[in-house]
Design a protein around this ligand. Structure first.
Ligand code: C5P
Length: 237
């Protein structure tokens, strides 16, 4: 397998083509960004931690019956993945109120949400990833109603599996974002990544933040928190 050209450079990952048209390489960089790229910093070791963390979580999800794009780990910071036609709609589940939900609705941070909420956002930097609903996604051709139903069902399944996993390790999975794509056979497959960059994790006892909010809010100890999460889950770093 040979690495070819840069296909896409995101805020924290770079995607490369390979000599196999059905495989891509995800390179997890140390770049950490917030507020649509307004705040960017290099955090030593973060690329390596997120690559290993993502592979650990995706393996748990595969074992639970959720198809993921992972093929295999290539290096400390690179993973070979199936090429997907990405759907530009982000799926967010919230178990507790935080972040944009608190800002938008004025509810108290940490409020338990029962039933959990499910939201869609358009993946579009220039528009700051606006919230959309299912009819927008279908009307503008971003996803079909059938794809959206599968994405919702899979996102809720991921929430069940990962809430239990983090709970057993003393953490609350507050919320998270997933992205899906379509594989060569037309199946909806989990793409992108699952890491503390794209979810909120709090210590169950102290509610200490162990995710990218430490970076967004200038709390410090970002990489240390990611390492603590990995260590509590038993992710070998
Ligand atoms: O900002 P907001 O509260 O809507 O984010 C909800 C969850 O989705 C958080 O865990 C956040 O890290 C994640 N998210 C993300 N990428 C985005 C938007 C949100 O990973 N573009």
């Amino acid at each position: 397998m040979e690495k070819r050209t840069e296909l896409y450079r995101g805020k924290a990952k770079t995607v490369y083509t390979t000599d196999n048209p059905e495989r891509l390489i995800l390179h997890f960089r140390n770049d950490t960004s917030a507020f649509d790229g307004e705040k960017v910093e290099q955090l030593e070791r973060k690329g390596m931690i997120n690559n290993k963390f993502n592979n650990f979580i995706m393996a748990k999800l595969e074992a639970a019956g959720v198809a993921t794009q992972i093929d295999h780990v290539l290096s400390e910071t690179e993973t070979l993945v199936k090429r997907l036609d990405m759907i530009p709609v982000e799926c967010v589940v919230r178990n507790y109120a935080a972040g944009s939900l608190v800002r938008r609705l004025g509810v108290e941070e940490g409020l338990a949400l029962n039933p959990v909420t499910f939201e869609l956002f358009l993946k579009n930097d220039a528009l700051h990833d606006p919230m959309i609903n299912e009819s927008h996604a279908v009307a503008f051709g971003w996803a079909t109603a059938e794809q959206l139903a599968t994405m919702k069902q899979l996102t809720l399944k991921v929430n069940e599996v990962l809430s239990a996993l983090f709970d057993a390790a003393g953490m609350m999975l507050v919320d998270f974002k997933l992205e899906f794509g379509v594989d060569a056979e037309g199946n909806i497959v989990l793409g992108d990544e699952f890491s503390p960059d794209g979810c909120r994790l709090w210590d169950k006892e102290t509610r200490k933040k162990l995710d990218k909010d430490r970076f967004r809010q200038g709390l410090g100890g970002v990489v240390e928190a990611y390492e603590e999460v990995a260590q509590r889950l038993g992710v070998p770093l």
